[in-house]
Design a binder for this molecule. Structure first.
Ligand code: ADP
Length: 160
């Protein structure tokens, strides 16, 4: 069975992430969406909130598991017996960091392969931070996030 891991902060999940998830599940049998617990990086939503939003957006979609992990991605991959990781690439600006990460991971875990999926043109400039910035100032985010995320953002940023 072909299993891929799609790791990220998903703070919160956007339609750009959802697009990568949909396309990734088209080329594997099972996808594990791994929310990275990074205590050094301040997040807007708790891990539980991020997990709930992802699950709700995926609406019980078969063959997709949502979970969280802390520590090194390579250790998470080994624990799950998975060797393929999926990453999304937006602009050239993503490339250098992703390239560095992929090489570093390969060095730590030689069996690991990183697959890059190009963003769909609609989501080229879409990031979780851009969506949050728009939400704070009550901009229209309808086409950028699933409905449950829109609701959560409005709730989070009311009274700011
Ligand atoms: P962000 O960079 O927005 O904080 P994450 O850390 O959650 O997002 O990213 C997880 C993965 O999803 C990364 O590989 C990232 O490049 C990818 N990704 C994020 N937004 C998009 C998008 N709009 N289109 C394609 N891939 C994306």
């Amino acid at each position: 069975m072909k299993v891929f891991v799609y790791p990220g902060s998903f703070d919160p999940v956007t339609n750009g992430h959802m697009d990568i998830i949909e396309r990734a599940i088209g080329i594997c049998d099972k996808l594990i969406v791994g929310i990275l617990i990074n205590n050094k990086k301040e997040s807007t939503f708790s891990v539980k909130e991020r997990e709930d939003m992802l699950k709700s957006a995926l609406n019980g979609r078969a063959n997709i598991e949502v979970t969280s992990f802390s520590g090194l991605l390579v250790d998470f991959m080994k624990q799950n017996n998975v060797t393929t990781v999926i990453r999304g690439l937006r602009a050239v600006s993503d490339f250098e960091n992703e390239f560095q990460l992929a090489l570093l991971n390969k060095n730590q875990y030689p069996d690991m392969e990183t697959l890059f999926m190009m963003t769909s043109s609609n989501y080229l400039y879409l990031s979780s931070s851009m969506v949050k910035e728009l939400a704070i100032y009550k901009g229209n985010i309808d086409s950028y996030v699933p409905a449950c995320v829109k609701e959560a953002l409005i709730k989070k940023f009311t009274n700011i």
